[in-house]
Design a binder for this molecule. Structure first.
Ligand SMILES: Cc1cc2nc3c(=O)[nH]c(=O)nc-3n(C[C@H](O)[C@H](O)[C@H](O)COP(=O)(O)O)c2cc1C
Length: 186
């Protein structure tokens, strides 16, 4: 079973859902996870309830969305891999700093106890500013892999990076082999 976590990069949820559908269609059993913000927040990009329902339809189970329910993911429920797609700058910074105060951070921490891959698909406007050091920190952490990223709008958003979600699958395949899919920056 694979864990698939959503963080609050709301504009990328549609693209993430497409990847989730693809994983399930190719036979993966997926346990969905949502940050508390994602689980509860309506934005101009969509309603939380609609996302929860869509994810339930695809995965056939409710999304884990609390620290209490995430905690068993390492010791009791062993995931083969965990994906965070999208991963916000907020969650990236917390993972780099070892902060565990959300359902997604707790799931990642619990999962990494088992030395299995964690795949991060980042989408953040501060990836090349406040969060650049956190990308570096996590790139050098064992069992953490990045979906290749690019500058989505270098002129208007000069500090922004977004993962190329279409490369999630090969990144996952490489991660299962213990390798970072290359190139990291596309
Ligand atoms: C409409 C909207 C869009 C957002 N898009 C992003 C985004 O693309 N990337 C990002 O890092 N944060 C984005 N944020 C900010 C995060 O949602 C915020 O940092 C939140 O605390 C993230 O919590 P989480 O990482 O636990 O999901 C957005 C917020 C809103 C309201």
């Amino acid at each position: 079973m694979i864990g698939y976590a959503f963080c609050g990069s709301y504009c990328t949820h549609k693209a993430s859902i497409a990847q989730l559908e693809g994983l399930v269609a190719s036979g993966y059993d997926v346990l969905p996870i949502m940050s508390e913000n994602v689980y509860n927040t309506d934005t101009r990009f969509g309603k939380a309830e609609e996302l929860r329902e869509r994810v339930f339809e695809i995965c056939g189970r409710e999304a884990i969305h609390t620290i209490v329910d995430s905690e068993p993911l390492g010791p009791k429920i062993a995931l083969d891999a965990m994906i965070i797609c999208p991963c916000t700058g907020n969650t990236l910074a917390k993972l780099a700093a070892g902060i565990t105060d959300t359902a997604v951070c707790m799931a990642a921490k619990a999962h990494l106890r088992g030395n299995r891959p964690l795949v991060i698909a980042l989408a953040s406007n501060d990836a090349l500013s406040a969060n650049l050091k956190n990308i570096a920190t996590l790139l050098s952490r064992k069992f953490v892999y990045f979906v290749p990223m690019f500058q989505d709008d270098p002129m208007k958003k000069p500090h922004s990076l977004i993962a190329d979600f279409s490369l999630l699958r090969p990144t996952l395949d490489y991660a299962f082999e213990g390798k970072q899919y290359q190139k990291i920056f596309v």
